[in-house]
Design a binder for this molecule. Structure first.
Ligand code: ADP
Ligand code: MG
Length: 243
């Protein structure tokens, strides 16, 4: 792709989401405009119920907006049929669910390798990639373990590994450090930061200002509205968001 938008990986144009109707109407997200470029690490902060997960799900094509449109690598998601949308989600987007969503019948390495095999990557290559990303996340020894035999924090890191295997252009992570102690959390932030530096766009929801300070930019949501935006020092050097 060429042109002025070539570096824009994610673009939200007036994207809003309303659940229910009439008296039961809930504005999970009032219309927002947002752009995330290749190499950029964006953090999304805000209280519980402020619309963070909604924003992320819309950005990843897991949910459809009530208003506005979402473009991933220049392609409007609404213009894609089911198969095309599934293809974009599989190839371009790495999604870390707040609830991990690992397949219980598969080991850690298999959970990570499966989406790559579905993309057509040979099984041996997919397994090698899975082992590499598990190593990067500091949990190489868990490769052949099943989710039920892992702690929440371990499952969370496997879910992150799954989102990062392959060269995803867009990584969307919903509180990826939520279940981790500070050492494991920092390891995850380092890996996300490295993905950005390698050219990916990363959007991370977090409650933790110290973690948000690893991002280049932080946006704040309140009651479904984007209320503030802040550039940070990046690289986790600030320790907290500068005000
Ligand atoms: P956050 O991730 O910031 O905690 P969410 O994006 O999950 O917030 O939710 C934002 C708001 O939208 C909340 O008030 C939530 O109750 C509401 N909401 C989310 N999903 C639904 C749904 N499927 N039906 C009705 N309300 C919803
Ligand atoms: Mg949430």
């Amino acid at each position: 792709m060429t042109g002025p938008d070539a570096q824009t990986v994610l673009r939200l144009e007036g994207v809003g989401r309303v659940h229910g109707r009439g008296a039961a109407e809930v504005h999970a997200l009032h219309p927002v405009d947002l752009e995330v470029r290749a190499g950029e690490f964006l953090a999304v902060m805000g209280p519980s119920g402020s619309g963070k997960s909604t924003l992320l799900a819309l950005a990843g094509g897991l949910d459809r907006p009530s208003t506005g449109r979402v473009l991933v690598e220049g392609a409007p998601l609404a213009g894609l049929n089911r198969a095309e949308l599934a293809d974009v989600r599989r190839r371009s987007v790495g999604y870390v669910f707040q609830s991990y969503n690992l397949l219980p019948a598969l080991t850690a390495a298999e959970n990570i390798a499966l989406p790559r095999e579905l993309e057509g990557v040979p099984a041996r290559t997919a397994r090698a990639e899975a082992l590499a990303v598990l190593g990067e996340l500091g949990i190489g020894e868990l490769a052949d373990r099943f989710p039920e035999d892992m702690s929440g924090g371990q499952q969370q890191r496997v879910a992150i590994g799954r989102a990062l295997s392959g060269q995803r252009r867009l990584v969307l992570a919903d509180e990826p450090t939520g279940a981790l102690d500070s050492t494991a959390g920092e390891a995850v932030l380092e890996v996300l930061r490295a993905r950005c530096d390698a050219g990916a766009a990363v959007v991370m929801v977090t409650h933790d200002a110290a973690h948000a300070s690893w991002a280049d930019r932080v946006v704040f949501l309140r009651d479904g509205r984007l209320v503030a935006e802040q550039n940070t020092a990046g690289q986790g050097t600030a320790g907290a968001v500068r005000r």
